[in-house]
Design a protein. Structure first.
Length: 224
């Protein structure tokens, strides 16, 4: 079954704001805990043909993984394609918009994210063989928390600085607007402000134009 990712971002900027958010979550939820931490390289792609990508990479996925990939390819639109190295694990990530935003930054989207069992460079080569080109390369350090049955990721991103992502992953067909309201309520109680989609789009555009200045560094920028 395909799943829908409902995610709202909050720009934190400085480490002190990230620490304040962690403290607030732990004070409101005694069971709040960091369940994972990792370093990531994320390569975003543009152009290309999603059906060719499926043909080039379907041999990497079996069983339920394969079915999920086929379903998002057939059902989705406005695809965002990326590769990811999370510590030593390499994954293919395909996201498709199901609301008014774009698939890279929208609030609600279908999501395929599965290990590919090959190296990052080899997976990139398969993606590029389907007609895709690099859009940008991103680096980040991530801490993943469980807070009141929701996932909260706190990232230190090259370019953006600290960013929080409040997320629920639900079965396709779930009322995503109701899930969004639940996330908004959680954000309000910890004082996290939603990063507006238009500002996020400007930040995303600036980074994509200048990614080589930020990738693998701790440099940040501010775009209003």
């Amino acid at each position: 079954m395909a799943h829908v990712e409902v995610e709202i971002k909050s720009l934190l900027g400085e480490k002190a704001n990230a620490d304040k958010l962690k403290d607030k979550m732990c004070s409101l939820d005694p069971e709040c805990a960091c369940v994972a931490s990792n370093k990531q390289l994320n390569h975003y792609f543009e152009g290309g043909d999603i059906y060719k990508l499926y043909e080039k990479t379907e041999h990497l996925f079996k069983g339920e993984q394969h079915e999920k990939f086929k379903k998002i390819t057939d059902k989705g639109s406005d695809f965002s394609v990326r590769t990811r190295q999370k510590d030593e694990e390499v994954l293919l990530v395909v996201k498709a918009s199901i609301d008014e935003g774009d698939s890279a930054n929208t609030v609600s989207r279908l999501e395929f994210e599965e290990p590919a069992c090959i190296g990052l460079d080899d997976l990139d080569a398969l993606v590029r063989s389907a007609g895709y080109q690099y859009q940008a390369k991103w680096s980040r350090e991530r801490e993943e928390y469980v807070y009141k049955n929701s996932n909260v990721c706190i990232d230190r991103n090259a370019g953006y600085g600290y960013l929080a992502e409040f997320e629920k992953v639900v079965p396709d067909g779930t009322d995503v607007q109701e899930v969004r309201k639940e996330i908004e309520s959680l954000m309000a109680e910890v004082g996290a402000l939603e990063l507006p989609q238009d500002r996020l789009a400007r930040m995303f555009e600036h980074y994509n134009k200048n990614w080589s200045d930020y990738y693998g560094t701790e440099k940040t920028f501010v775009i209003e």
